[in-house]
Design a protein around this ligand. Structure first.
Ligand SMILES: NC(=O)c1ccc[n+]([C@@H]2O[C@H](COP(=O)([O-])OP(=O)(O)OC[C@H]3O[C@@H](n4cnc5c(N)ncnc54)[C@H](OP(=O)(O)O)[C@@H]3O)[C@@H](O)[C@H]2O)c1
Length: 301
């Protein structure tokens, strides 16, 4: 997989509905520049009644780009376990039947018979985490998903996932997708465990999310200062910093414009010195998670 992925979520924001060509051009630019990993989810959609929108968009972009050619080198990841209902009620369904139905719908939207990477999106407090992982294992056993990952997971949840699904060498957990950025750095221990086990760590909202990404300069002076030293942008330095945190880090910045992809890929060529890396790491994160989780967590067992 490429060293960075494309987070496809913003391509399905409501304000992108009239810009489908731009959305597809953004995905095509990513492929042009060697990005082979695209992160989607069933719930990335402009409205509750268009769940699967983002998966279908990615499918369309890939088929326009590749036609009938082999696309097995492109990893399209999706997720299940969060639901959206009438009146924009957001909930969870981590039951085995709920995950199975979500996965089947994702296969249809993506136009595939096997999903490259299927991620459990977020815990469902009504189910034990163990049972939710068994639900993911069942999808793997059905042959519907090639690789499995988890998202928004605590360290104890990662350990449960490893117990139920196994580790990366045995068809088990290959990725953990948690929020991590200059703003939010709470899951350092999860990242460290991923590094130890060789599990990919996919920082979501790596620039702080769509509302904060353009304001990094004003919020993080030290990142802006290092950017000036490299004649780079603050966003490029944030991505370079994430990449230097660990060899297992694969940031998945969101983008809605082809030019943004150019900048994202440029970040791969930036070599931070150890002293610059230390200066950036010493800055204080000050953000609350973008999607605060007010519900009780799942019991583990
Ligand atoms: N697992 C989860 O629960 C979860 C939750 C949230 C997100 N995610 C995943 O994480 C991905 C990324 O998160 P996100 O989209 O919320 O936030 P983000 O990547 O932190 O920010 C996205 C914004 O950053 C801008 N941007 C990206 N690279 C840039 C660059 N080099 N220079 C300037 N601006 C840049 C984009 O601009 P333009 O729009 O102008 O191109 C976009 O508006 C999502 O797409 C999704 O796949 C997962």
């Amino acid at each position: 997989m490429s060293a960075v992925g494309l987070g496809a979520m913003p391509l399905s924001f409501a304000d992108m509905l009239d810009h489908r060509e731009q959305a597809i051009a953004t995905i095509h630019r990513a492929i042009d520049l060697g990005v082979t990993f695209i992160d989607s989810a069933n719930i990335y959609a402009p409205s509750a009644d268009t769940v699967g929108h983002n998966e279908a968009l990615v499918c369309e972009a890939l088929s326009l780009y590749f036609g009938p050619a082999d696309i097995s080198h492109i990893v399209v990841a999706t997720k299940g376990g969060i639901t959206r209902g009438e009146g924009e009620t957001w909930s969870r369904d981590g039951s085995a039947s709920g995950l199975k139905a979500a996965c089947e719908a994702s296969m249809a939207a993506l136009g595939v018979t096997v999903i490259s990477l299927y991620q459990h999106h977020r815990h469902d407090p009504r189910e034990t985490y163990t049972d939710q992982m068994r639900g993911i294992a069942a999808l793997r056993d059905l042959g519907w998903v090639r690789e499995v990952g988890i998202s928004n997971a605590t360290l104890p949840e990662l350990e449960v996932a490893l117990e139920v699904l196994g580790g990366p060498g045995s068809g088990g957990v290959v990725s953990v997708q948690n929020e991590f950025s200059p703003r939010v750095r709470e899951d350092r221990e999860v990242l460290d465990r991923c590094t130890e086990l060789g599990i990919a760590f996919l920082p979501w909202s790596p620039l702080g999310g769509s509302h904060h990404a353009k304001n990094l300069e004003s919020q993080f002076g030290e990142f802006a200062a290092v950017a000036a030293e490299h004649s780079a942008t603050t966003q490029e330095i944030a991505l370079a910093w994430l990449l230097k945190l660990s060899p297992v880090v694969i940031p998945i910045p969101g983008a809605t414009k082809p030019a943004t992809i150019d900048s994202i890929v440029h970040s791969l060529s930036i070599e931070l010195t150890d002293s610059q890396f230390e200066r950036l790491s010493a800055t204080e994160p000050f953000g609350e998670t973008i999607y605060p989780d007010s519900e009780l967590r799942s019991p583990l067992r």
